[in-house]
Design a protein around this ligand. Structure first.
Ligand code: NAP
Length: 307
């Protein structure tokens, strides 16, 4: 029998949808994908989520949201959806573990870390000195120099976090202006362990005879090439939305984000909704992921919808 609603993704948007749908008596089935809990599980302290005066650990916040959804009857399973058929009133989703049917689908599949696409990056990715997660891997690089690439809030956050372990953190950014919020930029600039390498474009990750990273090669503003000594390169240059399995059924923009309708979560297909970072190239905040889906459920009473 078809589920009332299937929710794809267990980041902030997916879990908020699960809480609201479960409280509405819909017994949602929530599918956790490749990264259960989403991006908040790879961050350290979340300082800007309302209600936590002294911040909250990302993993703790997510596991509380999941427990809250379970308390109201949300069911959880693990699967990654490969293809969908949204042509009928009953939506069909084919995953690696099973095929699912539902009257409505909420896609909250988030976004995955973007990579640089330079030589050496894939070769050393994982345990050999290239990673996208300081929280996961930072503790492996104690008392050695590390590089963080990027100029947004993520890069600043990663750089500050890594100062707990590394002897020195070199923040490599391709411009001299940051995308990060002013408070983060100031913290980075004033930290004694952080060195800035601005106007520097990464060219190649280099390693030694031990098969581990030992330098990042960059090109500076003057066009000069130089090698920055480091034991790890932490890449924090944004994310790519996880929308591929749902195209061409749903429209995406030139950057791969779902194009949501007038209420920010609707799509051209009745009964199929999108929320969170897979549909938001502007704000990409935990709190906005929650607001869009909460707004949708609050507006549902006056809306024709197949849930
Ligand atoms: P972002 O704001 O899009 O910044 C990505 C950075 O990576 C930019 O500085 C960009 O450079 C650089 N970049 C992109 N592609 C590159 C490439 N191929 N080579 C070198 N550099 C490259 O991404 P983000 O930092 O992940 O942040 C995403 C969203 O999450 C933002 O809205 C941010 O505010 C939010 N966030 C908030 C917090 C917080 O409030 N605590 C923490 C983390 C993230 P250019 O500047 O030159 O384009």
């Amino acid at each position: 029998m078809a589920e009332n609603v299937i929710i794809l993704g267990t980041g902030c948007a997916g879990l908020t949808a699960a809480i609201y749908a479960a409280r509405a008596g819909l017994s949602p089935l929530v599918l956790e994908g490749g990264q259960p809990g989403g991006q908040l599980t790879t961050t350290s302290e979340v300082e800007n989520f309302p209600g936590f005066v002294h911040g909250v650990d990302g993993n703790e916040l997510i596991s509380n949201m999941k427990a809250q959804a379970e308390r109201f009857g949300a069911k959880f399973a693990w699967d990654r959806i490969d293809t969908v058929d949204f042509s009928g009133s009953i939506k069909k989703l084919k995953g690696g573990e099973a095929t699912y049917e539902a009257k409505a689908v909420i896609i909250a599949t988030g976004a995955s870390p973007r990579l640089l696409g330079i030589p050496g990056e894939k070769e050393y990715y994982g345990g050999n000195g290239v990673t996208t997660c300081a929280t996961c891997d930072g503790a492996f690089y104690r008392d050695v120099p590390v590089v963080v690439v990027g100029g947004g809030d993520s890069a600043c956050e990663e750089a500050l976090f890594l100062t707990r372990f590394a002897s020195k953190v070199i923040l490599v950014h391709r411009r001299d202006k940051f995308r990060a919020s002013e408070i983060m930029v100031q913290r980075v600039k004033s930290h004694e362990k952080i060195e800035l390498a601005l106007n520097c474009t990464p060219l190649e990750v280099l390693g030694g005879a031990d098969g581990k990273v030992n330098h990042l090669r960059v090109k500076d503003q003057a066009g000069q090439t130089r090698d920055i000594p480091c034991k790890c390169v932490f890449i924090a240059i944004g994310h790519v939305p996880n929308t591929k399995p749902f195209t061409p059924a749903l429209p995406i923009d030139e950057n791969g984000y779902f194009v949501a309708g007038d209420n920010t979560v609707s799509t051209p297909i009745p009964g199929v909704f999108v929320a969170g970072d897979c549909a938001d190239h502007v704000y990409r905040q935990a709190i906005t992921a929650r607001i869009s889906i909460a707004d949708f459920f609050c507006g549902m009473k006056g809306r024709t919808c197949s849930v």
